[in-house]
Design a protein around this ligand. Structure first.
Ligand SMILES: Nc1ncnc2c1ncn2[C@@H]1O[C@H](COP(=O)(O)OP(=O)(O)OP(=O)(O)O)[C@@H](O)[C@H]1O
Ligand SMILES: [Mg+2]
Length: 264
């Protein structure tokens, strides 16, 4: 469907997550307010330990907040029991993890078909659907490979295929390109971009300011709180990357090179 009047798919109010007790008590999330509308592509940035993964885990129903409210598609998730949460996750949310998280004893096809376990589809239909998705990622020749036989880029593409097999409306990606070379990163980002264009909502954690150009909105976090929130990805990216002054990167210190007039 084309742009329906933007209705929040995710609404967080004063969300908190505490880990540890006593002296070890620590708020990984310390009062997060966030409204995400359908079709947004949000990049989440911020220093290590600021709470990005914790936030995605709670949004993805893998963890529960200590305090605050979380509405998913307008409904509170507070009272969901484990089984209900799994069902919602399987039906609506696709998770791409920081580490690839494929199941080592299952082949590629079985890994991708896994989220369809709750779909009610018969086994053959699930395998067929998984195979179709792998084909769209040009991985059909790897269907019967085991995870350890894949390259890093292929593994992450399988993980993305798995996240998409059940047609989720929300994709949560935790540094989907963190372990990849720039060429594989580019392929992954193009794929996420394509998924976004199809009307899906994406929340992606990244440490790479360049990747925020794919997003429609950039959020930075600091100490468990949202620090900045902007709909102009480029500007936000520049703010985050100010540690290396623009135009005065290490490159300017290099001796004049004798490179042939190559486009860079
Ligand atoms: N299960 C846990 N038990 C105790 N503390 C935790 C747990 N999970 C996370 N934390 C703490 O919560 C804080 C936020 O962690 P989180 O993983 O969300 O950070 P992050 O922003 O994703 O960092 P990175 O960029 O390194 O992945 C950290 O201080 C971390 O040590
Ligand atoms: Mg993290």
């Amino acid at each position: 469907m084309a742009k329906s009047a933007s209705k929040p798919v995710i609404e967080l109010t004063d969300l908190k997550k505490r880990f540890g007790i006593g002296d070890a008590e620590h708020y990984a999330l310390d009062g997060v307010d966030l409204t995400v509308n359908k079709g947004e592509f949000i990049a989440i940035m911020g220093p290590s330990g600021c709470g990005k993964t914790t936030l995605l885990n709670i949004i993805g129903l893998l963890d529960r907040p200590t305090d605050g409210e979380y509405l998913l598609d307008g409904e509170s998730v507070e009272d969901l029991r484990g089984g209900q949460a799994s069902r919602i996750r399987a039906g609506r949310i696709g998770f791409i993890f920081q580490s690839f998280n494929l199941i080592e004893r299952l082949n590629v096809l079985e890994n991708v078909a896994l989220p369809l376990t709750y779909s009610g589809l018969p086994h053959m239909k699930r395998i067929q659907r998984a195979s179709d998705v792998l084909k769209s990622f040009h991985l059909q020749e790897r269907e019967y490979y085991m995870p350890w036989q894949l390259s890093g880029g292929q593994t992450q593409r399988v993980a993305i295929a798995r996240a998409l097999v059940n047609n989720p409306s929300i994709i949560l990606a935790d540094e989907p390109t963190g372990n990849l070379d720039s060429k594989s990163s580019h392929i992954i980002m193009e794929e996420l971009s394509e998924i976004h264009k199809r009307g899906n909502t994406i929340l992606m954690v990244t440490h790479n300011p360049n990747l925020t150009t794919y997003a429609t909105r950039v959020i930075t976090m600091l100490d468990g709180k949202i620090d900045t929130d902007t709909a102009e990805p480029r500007e936000a990216a520049l703010k985050v990357s100010t540690k290396r002054p623009l135009g005065k990167s290490a490159k300017t210190k290099k001796k004049p090179s004798k490179r042939k007039g190559k486009k860079s």
